[in-house]
Design a protein around this ligand. Sequence first.
Ligand SMILES: Cc1ncc(COP(=O)(O)O)c(C=O)c1O
Length: 410
Amino acid sequence: MSKMNLPSDANASGRSFGEEERKELMQVLESGTLNCTRGRTVIAFEKEFAELHGVPHARCVTSGTAAVHTAVNAIDPEPGDEIVTTPITDMGALTPIVYQSAIPVFADTDPVTMNVTAETIEPCLSARTKAVIVTHLFGNPCEMGPIMELCKARGIPVIEDAAQAFLSEIDGKKVGTIGDIGCFSFQQGKHMTTGEGGVVITKDDTLFRRMKLFSDKAWPYGEANPDHEFLALNYRMTELQGAVALGQLHKLEKNVAQRIRTAERLSAALEGIPGLILPKAPKGGKHTYWRYPLMVDETKIKGGPDLLGARLKEQGVYCAPRYIVKPAFECKIFIDQVTFGRSGFPFRGPHMEGREEIRYDRANTPGVIEALSRVVVIPWNEKIEDKHVDWIAEMIKKTVAELSMVGEAQ
Ligand SMILES: Cc1ncc(COP(=O)(O)O)c(C=O)c1O
């Protein structure tokens, strides 16, 4: 089969900008108002995004990182409070915890879905736990029923990081609407994009007020006797982003349906190949395939994800063996506690007196280590068509056949 150029979410080949975005953008430019405090599009987008999710409130911010930061700020941890999260995520989901002076506690994940579960979260909870952040990785929803039961029983708020999981569902509910706050990213490669950007959603009026304030220097526009109420930043999105966001939102359902259809076509083509574990939503779940994570068993496929990934890349199927390669807590920021000057705050400081030194250990997360040692992540986007899927499937089947150890003497 001849080489095929696959659509990429890094440029127009894999993105769906068109007349809708152009029209909205032109209107914004012609209006001359590019900031959202006086403009129309960001407010209109927030209203539509909230309605789509069946919640009263949405607030746009400048990135997914800003969304998580805004959510964590709303929970308002004291220095040294703990926030349970996953070590398989983007650093932008973790640094906000540290900026808000809390300590990340890393839960293990399921070795196949790579998501945290109630079972992996529970041993991480303590009297100091201020919140739990769950990440719906690659578009696959976490099993929220047991997680919410566990956290509700202990009065612990749940933040859902849905940066990779637009319109994913579990038990008939959209992700981002099940916990106390949902966070999304509009970074270039996400289900919908404004280049950079993000949004937080919530049902809770008090959390919403706090998030609105935090993303706007804590100045309560329109309220009586306004003042800068607390330490906060400017995370406001621009009207230019709002214009693109509106255009993108109007095709989100169609684009997500296309991702699901093509990803399921790939799974059907790869079904039953020894040594491959295919992505699958949990019972009652809807996976929306931000990426297509393929698990490779190196006892059956020579060289595991590294060799399979390298061979696929040589043939033009771009992929990321081992995803983030190491658990996030093995990055320098956490190992050397490189934070504010040389203070090591919040890992060190008077508020930590009498507490054990914070040291992260991969021995505590065997599911994470197993998952990262097996996964090959194939990029996915809404412009992938059947012909691309069929070619990717052929390349994988051919390469797996070359590397297969099934039937070989052990
Ligand atoms: C799960 C998750 N959370 C948070 C972020 C941070 O989003 P952003 O890159 O828009 O800051 C990302 C980004 O890729 C992500 O994948």
